[in-house]
Ligand binder design. Structure first.
Ligand code: NAP
Length: 268
């Protein structure tokens, strides 16, 4: 299974920019995060790079992910925009380069071939996709034989990802869970809070523990404070029991936070 060495909890950086981004990524590294998730579209690759350079953690000990935006998925765009990303990040390579969103107006084979070229050239250690539906995944793996690492998908207790998780496991790929706290919607969820109370934990910690206990799943919560950064790593010192899991299962549904106009048809 790909992603076995990927930390179960990484650090998401969307919507954190400027000095605040440099500071919080440095904090995240200092409290123990080793997977940092950014993207061309987040406008913070230079601040993430600065944080890594200023931290006491060696570059080779960090798993750094960035994503190519959907307007740069043609062959030249992938090469050019990734070179720009590496320049901003101040590194010769990323650990994982993702297609941020599928874009049916660019042949998938062209995009994935360009990604494979970057991997062969040592510009990225792994390649992967994000927001790929079942149809996209099948095309990537079965038609284009892409050597993927993961599909980064929205995943939390209110969004059922049983089918995609099953497909990813079948292909030996990881599911990297974005918006694992439902972009903050779950941090006060009463069901998760009640379970948390029993274990001396918060609703957020229950949501993250639920993801982390699943085989082939890693999560990348975003946090703006050191307290939240630390809390989100403290999810391995308790175990959800059968009763907890049954109560969390009652939340399972189709509550999707991210439905942008350019997004795929999730029933595909
Ligand atoms: P999220 O991680 O689900 O939720 C972040 C929210 O939860 C923030 O409001 C944060 O507040 C709050 N929070 C975090 N830890 C907390 C804690 N311990 N207690 C209470 N509140 C807490 O949302 P997200 O940023 O949408 O997703 C995470 C990452 O996934 C992103 O940063 C990005 O890297 C990635 N992502 C990828 C895609 C994609 O298309 N591939 C899409 C969306 C996101 P504070 O900020 O105040 O700490």
């Amino acid at each position: 299974m790909k992603g076995q060495r990927l930390p179960k909890i990484g650090f998401g950086t969307s919507q954190i920019t400027g000095r605040a981004c440099t500071d919080i990524v440095k904090t995240a590294l200092s409290v123990g995060y080793r997977h940092i998730d950014t993207a061309q579209a987040y406008g913070n690759e230079d601040q993430v790079g600065r944080a890594i350079a200023q931290s006491n953690v060696k570059r080779e000990d960090i798993f750094l992910t960035t994503k190519v935006w959907r307007s740069s998925l043609d062959r030249k765009g992938v090469a050019r925009s990734t070179a720009e990303s590496l320049d901003r990040l101040g590194t010769g390579y990323v650990d994982l380069l993702l297609v941020h969103w599928p874009n049916d107006s660019v042949p998938m084979g062209e995009t994935l071939a360009a990604f494979a070229e970057l991997k062969a050239a040592g510009k990225t250690r792994h390649i992967g996709v994000s927001n790929y539906t079942m149809r996209h995944l099948e095309e990537a793996v079965e038609t284009h034989k892409a050597d993927l690492f993961c599909d980064q998908l929205e995943y939390h207790p209110q969004l059922d990802q049983t089918a995609l998780l099953g497909a990813l496991r079948g292909y030996g790929l990881a599911l990297v869970a974005y918006s694992p706290l439902g972009r903050g919607r779950l941090v006060k969820n009463p069901v998760l809070a009640a379970i948390g109370k029993k274990h001396g934990k918060t609703a957020s910690q229950v949501a993250l523990a639920w993801l982390a206990r699943q085989g082939g799943v890693a999560a990348i919560p975003k946090a703006s404070s050191e307290a939240h950064c630390r809390a989100n790593l403290e999810v391995f010192d308790f175990a959800l029991d059968e009763d907890d899991l049954a109560r969390i299962a009652t939340l399972n549904g189709k509550s999707r936070v991210w439905l942008p106009s350019w997004g795929p048809n999730w029933d595909d």
